[in-house]
Write a protein of this length. Structure first.
Lengths: 413, 230
């Protein structure tokens, strides 16, 4: 067994890794290509960062390509993102042209590798047109949608759907996220990597150093939300919840730690809004972190008493699983994939308002025993359901099922 | 691996499994739509909504045993329908089409009783999901039933599901794999088979089923050890 697989076996058990090897055996030597829009700063990139080498170690010839464009391209895809998640959005014609031209240029660059691949995973809408731009493709093309498109802006969905109907399959994180498409639609929640810098064990010294770096007092309670500065993540609602809770917990500290993604042009504006809402409160720490500050985020999550993910809309919310893996109760918005991870009174609490969030903060901080108990169950829940090996098992199963003609039963033994 | 070359029984090969879910694109908002979609959803969808829950992440027992009953109660707020759907036990049907018909009978009866509510929308949609199952080898097998007493406590939930739940639709007689293996041996294991048949898989989690199976095989093992000459 290779080193990487051995390392996973230590975390998830040898049986799970053996199942991956059984699934990969019939696929050995296949050329697999993943295409997304950024190598850093978002959950998709973090998953691919480890999924790709793991697939390689299992014998699949796997590579990862990225579509890149100019600001009009990112404006357009950000508008897609907002529109697909339910905001009515008008996209000017020139932005749609930039989107299509960027895909055409990317196709020129990637056509040989994409047309030669046995399996192509296209992640999210940014590279969706690539399939029809590769007319000599020989493999299976799968569209992997990481966001909640249950109530999309109809104009945007109609436009994008035209690029998607020719795919062989699509993947959504939850049943509720899926839109009707004329091919098999798999339901595969994403996952976290327990061995990554973001999730590995850290020494107390390293955690203390990060606390010191950001002026956090380890003797006072701290709540944390880690997410991009994005309106769907409701940073202003988090600040309001902190203010309500602080009336009862005077020493409370709040950390809003946000990375920036190269494909998100709105981040800076939302950061300014949060800064205004903080209004100089020295116990509100707004941290604009570099995209690769994974160990820093890890240390902040381990420093927190409670982790929040008060999203108004969420694709899946990998930060929830990250916090749970570190034994933290999570107070999460009652939306999207957060519902799959946060189970009331077992792994945390689902909330709908700043008031509800404040109530649960108070509840947990008054009961340290419950924090420990819920945190322990949360970690076990992630171990059984939301680690990378489970997601890879489902991807490999899907590839086999498609290869065998959408069969209901795959016998490997 | 546990093997003893002292028996003529074929080995019992231990397997594991996992389900992968697929959307069917069929969403239900009211009772009438439930009836319409129930008529056409694939067998794998009925399988998923009645048995798949056992492999779902979760902490609490399901009140109504299957996804349709849960939705009737918590989506439609129709407790009567939920109870009637909950009582449909998939292990009691030899054929999935028979189970589909039983479900349709319950829903149609409810439609007749509650015609005014025919179009009453649910608080939340019910999404018909179907599943594909992938079966893994474990590299383990046993040659004698007594050895299962040692093996069962360490079975994964997926192995319990495969041998005790999934087996029922693979076996022509709707048996679990243990009974299918033991039955040809006749009277010697008749009591054990009877014990296996009495375990109701519909209301237990896979961990609980494993405990019940382990206790049964352990009891049998103790008894057979006692009566068997050295």
């Amino acid at each position: 067994m290779s080193n990487l697989l051995e390392s996973y076996a230590e975390v998830v058990g040898a049986d799970i890794v053996d199942q991956l090897r059984q699934l990969a055996e019939p696929l050995r030597g296949m050329k697999v290509v993943h295409v997304n829009s950024t190598r850093v700063g978002v959950g998709v990139a973090e998953i691919l960062d480890k999924l790709v080498p793991l697939m390689c170690e299992l014998g699949l010839d796997t590579s990862w390509e990225v579509i890149t464009g100019e600001s009009d391209f990112y404006q357009c895809t950000k508008s897609f993102h907002n529109g697909l998640q339910g905001h009515r959005t008008m996209i000017p014609e020139h932005l749609l042209r930039a989107y299509e031209e960027t895909n055409a240029r990317t196709a020129e660059r990637l056509r040989p590798v994409l047309e030669d691949a046995d399996i192509v995973f296209i992640h999210d809408p940014q590279p969706a047109p690539l399939m029809e731009l590769c007319p000599a493709r020989k493999g299976t093309w799968i569209w992997r949608c990481h966001i909640d498109i249950s109530h999309p802006d109809r104009h945007i969905w109609r436009y994008l759907r035209g690029f998607l109907t020719g795919y062989d399959a699509s993947v959504f994180s939850l049943a509720g996220f899926a839109q009707a498409l004329p091919h098999p639609e798999y339901l595969i929640p994403p996952s976290i990597d327990p061995l990554s810098d973001k999730n590995m064990e850290l020494s107390q010294d390293e955690i203390a150093a990060v606390q010191k770096q950001f002026g956090l007092d380890s003797h006072r309670p701290m709540i944390l939300q880690v997410s991009r500065f994005d309106r769907f993540k409701d940073p202003l609602g988090v600040i309001e919840a902190y203010r309500l809770a602080r009336e009862f917990i005077p020493g409370l500290q709040l950390v809003l730690a946000g990375g920036t993604a190269s494909d998100d042009p709105e981040g800076e504006a939302v950061y300014r809004e949060a800064e205004n809402a903080a209004n100089g409160d020295t116990d509100i720490h707004l941290l604009l972190l570099e995209p690769d500050a994974h160990r820093t985020i890890n240390a902040l999550q381990r420093s927190a008493d409670i982790v929040l993910q008060k999203s108004l809309r969420e694709g899946f919310g990998l930060t929830v699983a990250e916090a749970m893996w570190k034994g933290k109760p999570v107070i999460g918005g009652d939306t999207g994939g957060i519902r799959l991870q946060v189970v009331n009174y077992h792994t945390g609490f689902l909330v709908n308002t700043p008031e509800g969030t404040a109530l649960r903060i108070r509840y947990l901080l008054q009961r340290p025993g419950r924090v420990t108990e819920i945190g322990g169950k949360a970690r076990q829940f992630v171990r059984e359901n939301f680690l990378l090996t489970r997601q890879l098992r489902e991807y490999l199963t899907m590839i086999l099922a498609i290869r065998d003609g959408d069969t209901d039963r795959i016998e490997l033994s | 691996m546990i093997r003893e070359a002292t028996t003529t029984m074929a080995p019992f090969i231990i397997k594991d499994c996992a389900l992968i879910a697929l959307a069917t694109g069929k969403r239900v908002q009211n009772l009438k739509e439930l009836r319409d979609h129930l008529e056409v959803v694939p067998h794998s969808s009925l399988y998923y909504h009645f048995w798949g829950g056992l492999l779902h992440p979760g902490f609490e027992e399901r009140e109504y045993g299957n996804d349709l009953g849960e939705w009737a109660k918590h989506g439609l707020h129709d407790a009567s329908l939920a109870e009637r759907l909950a009582v449909i036990d998939p292990s009691s049907f030899d054929d999935t089409e028979d189970m589909r018909q039983a479900l349709l009978d319950v829903v149609e009866q409810r439609l007749e009783e509650a015609s005014a509510d025919l179009w009453r929308p649910a608080d939340r949609h019910f999404q018909f999901i179907r599943s594909q199952i992938v079966v893994f080898g474990t590299g383990r097998s046993v040659l004698q039933p007594e050895q299962l007493a040692e093996v069962i406590p360490d079975l994964s939930p997926g192995s319990v599901f495969y041998h005790f739940i999934d087996a029922r639709q693979r076996s022509p007689r709707g048996e679990d794999d243990f009974r299918a293996w033991l039955s040809p041996e006749g009277e010697r294991y008749a009591g054990l088979c009877q014990g296996l048949a009495s375990i109701d898989p519909y209301f237990a989690s896979l961990h609980e089923l494993r405990e019940q199976l382990a206790a049964l095989f352990s009891e049998f093992h103790g008894r057979s050890t006692h009566v068997k000459p050295a």
